[in-house]
Design a protein around this ligand. Structure first.
Ligand code: SAH
Length: 341
């Protein structure tokens, strides 16, 4: 079990026989400094060795690729049971964001998403989620990781408790503000409602992609269970109770959801919630043959939304040449990674 899966009481138990202050020292090292055990040289070596023997790191690097001149880094990790996940670190001129996975695979089966095409393996533990942030922090050094987005492999709301445990550690112990965290969901309304009851003002992103039930059920099968009216009701509840910005993600698919009617339907859903729209030009994946909207259509769709009073931005496609962009994470071993260390 990852050291990051232990709460303070469990860590104290793992340090039985040591003076009390050692527990605080280790906790501080793991979270505030976010340093690997072997760098916590203020701890006795024998203690570090015993801890790392009992709780080896959860993530073993299977591959590391970079793109965008080194500003995008993707890791493929293998877990203790052989499952694989990916993490993406993105440096922008004024901020650095890490995108973490919450499950190995995904059970939501959205056709256009590589993770959905591959199917579900298992939930990640909070420690496995947190270690992705720790690794990214070390790699980013001396830059800081400003934002954590739960937008990697898996559906965070289908692994709610462990995802939330990671959120609490990131805010209470690692010093990130809840405002710098974003949880993205395919639209599991019970999860959105639960999140609305919790104290931390985390940003909520909803992968909408279609604004009518017929089309949305085709693209996002779970819509059959949680149709748009229910989803909008849960979103309204979140916006009212947490006062955080809501955004809708919309992958633009050629001739499918990029027409004038689509923009109008979408704008009608956004207005009462003052939702922001993140347009994602569809990234190619092996199992979905429909193309993304051409660039002019993406711009025209964004412009149309703006004319309808919607705040819309087009998301930059970071790392698409190393299959690190939205919807491309499948934890497949790269054939010839551009860089590998
Ligand atoms: N399961 C969660 C977290 C994943 S976030 C969710 O669905 O929100 C990944 C985002 O990329 C989601 O908005 C997803 O719908 C989007 N996406 C999936 N496949 C894509 C593709 N091929 N091109 C662009 N975006 C895609």
């Amino acid at each position: 079990m990852s050291l990051y899966d232990l709460d303070r009481a469990a860590l104290a138990a793992a340090l039985v026989g040591q003076p009390r202050y050692r527990c605080d020292q280790v906790w501080d090292g793991l979270y505030r400094r976010a340093a690997p055990l072997d760098q916590l040289t203020d701890l006795p070596a024998a203690m570090r060795d015993a801890l790392s023997a009992a709780h080896p790191g959860a993530l073993t690097q299977a591959a590391r690729s970079t793109a965008d001149g080194g500003n995008t880094v993707k890791w493929l990790w293998s877990l203790h049971d052989g499952e694989r996940i990916e993490t993406v670190l993105m440096h922008y001129p004024r901020r650095t964001t890490v995108c973490v996975s919450t499950q190995a695979g995904c059970a939501m089966a959205c056709d256009f998403c590589a993770t959905g095409q591959a199917g579900f393996a298992r939930n990640l533990t909070a420690g496995e989620i947190l270690e992705q942030v720790v690794q990214a922090r070390q790699s980013a050094h001396p830059r800081r990781v400003d934002n954590v987005v739960f937008m990697g492999m898996g559906e965070p709301m289908a692994n709610f408790d462990r995802t939330w445990q990671a959120v609490e550690r990131l805010t209470a112990d690692m010093g990130l503000s809840a405002r710098s965290l974003t949880i993205s969901t395919v639209g599991l309304t019970p999860g959105i409602r639960r999140m609305a009851e919790l104290e931390l003002p985390v940003n909520l992103a909803v992968s909408l992609h279609a604004a009518n039930d017929e089309l949305r059920t085709r693209l996002v099968p779970i819509n059959r269970r949680y149709p748009i009216a229910d989803l909008m009701d849960a979103c309204a509840h979140y916006v009212r109770s947490r006062r955080r910005r809501l955004s809708f993600e919309w992958a633009l698919i050629d001739g499918v959801n990029d027409r004038g009617d689509d923009a109008q339907e979408l704008a009608a859903l956004c207005a009462p919630l003052r939702a922001h729209v993140n347009l994602i030009p569809l990234n190619p994946t092996g199992g979905f043959m429909t193309r993304g909207s051409p660039p002019q259509r993406v711009q025209a769709f964004a412009e149309h939304l703006r004319q309808l009073g919607v705040n819309a931005t087009v998301r930059a496609n970071r790392g698409s040449d190393i299959d690190a962009a939205c919807g491309q994470l499948s934890a497949a071993t790269p054939m010839a990674p551009p860089t590998r260390r």
